[in-house]
Structures are given as C-alpha cells and as structure tokens.
Ligand binder design. Structure first.
Ligand SMILES: [Zn+2]
Length: 194
C-alpha cells in the first residue's frame, strides 16, 4: 500500500496566503508533505509525494499520476483553509477533512479518522462538525481518483489564532502528527497483517 501525499497549489497560484503574507499555502503544504512522508517512511510504510514540482500541477495530471498506482494506495491532499479571498482576517477556525460526493466507504472511514484525530488534538476550531465527522464537496482530486482519497484543510491561514498555530513549531508538529496518526489508524484497520 502506497500512501500518496499531494501538496496543494503552486508558487504562482494567486491568493492562497495569510493576510500578512507570512504563510504561503503551496510552501507550507510542501513542508508538511515532506515531513509526513519522512515520518511514514521511518515507520516502515511506503509513502511518497505526488507533486514534487513547486509550480501548480493541474488537477487532471495529479489524478492521472495517482491512478497509475495499483497497490491499494490511498491519497491525502494537503491544503490550508481560508474563509475569504479579500486579504483580511476572518473568524472561522480549525481543521476539516473533505471527501467527494462519490466517496467510497474507505474514503469515508479515512476522513472520519482525520477528524477524530483533530478533535483529540484540539484542532477542530470553532465550526460545527458535520454528520459522519466529514465535510463533502465536489473536489476533483477526490472525485477523479480511483483510490480512497481525502483532502485536508489544516486550519485557516486567514484566522489570526490559527495562523499563530501554523507558524509555531508545536502547531506544525500537531498538524503533521494528526496526519500520521490518521493514516496509521487506516493502515492498521485495513492493511496490517495479523
Ligand atoms: Zn488549497
């Protein structure tokens, strides 16, 4: 089982940064991806990044790459959330995990595992948690890939307190721990040899 970690957007994608410019989504999610892949590899799991480029690789190409794997792989796409695109700070905060409308049972299981980790690590923020502890949206990276696939939004980069968490060492560790732990729980549920 290969764990594919997709990091969102590219250097030239407009917006996609905190109002003060300290957090750039493409850069932050690449650093997250590298850390998560290294940690999973050190635990003996096969994990790799789907997009090594710094420029924005189109979603169709991301999906094509993911669909080339045939080994019960899973995909986790990393993003940071934003409540607005107006360059201002906003109120919404916290982590969320999305699946597509056509999500498989395994995608649903994986998404719920992410949300449960976020609750445990006190990263869920100030929003209402939807049914099944999962947010649903028509997302190409989840919809057009054939494997279990989720998209995580690790806090709001346009919320002042979330941005402070994102920029702190402890916050970065908590967010990457959340991903590693959720993926490990999926692996133990569906792939661990008894
Ligand atoms: Zn994004």
């Amino acid at each position: 089982m290969t764990i594919l970690i997709d990091n969102g957007h590219g250097r030239e994608t407009p917006g996609k940064r905190s109002p003060d410019g300290q957090i750039k989504e493409y850069e932050y999610t690449r650093e997250m991806a590298q850390t998560i892949v290294s940690r999973l590899n050190s635990l003996g799991l096969s994990a790799q990044r789907l997009v090594m480029e710094n420029h924005d690789v189109p979603l169709s190409e991301r999906c094509r790459r993911a669909n080339e794997y045939k080994d019960n792989h899973i995909l986790v796409s990393l993003h940071l959330n934003a409540a607005g695109a107006d360059g201002k700070w906003h109120n919404a905060s916290g982590f969320s995990c999305f699946i597509a409308n056509n999500a498989s049972e395994r995608s649903k299981w994986l998404a719920k595992a992410f949300t449960e980790q976020a609750i445990q690590l006190n990263l869920i923020g100030n929003r209402h948690i939807p049914p099944n502890k999962t947010w649903v949206q028509n997302l190409a990276i989840c919809r057009d890939t054939t494997c279990p696939a989720v998209l995580t939004e690790s806090l709001f980069m346009d919320n002042l307190s979330d941005a402070a968490i994102l920029l702190s060492d402890n916050g970065f560790k908590a967010i990457t721990d959340l991903h590693v732990n959720a993926i490990l729980s999926y692996f133990e549920k569906f792939h661990k040899q008894s």
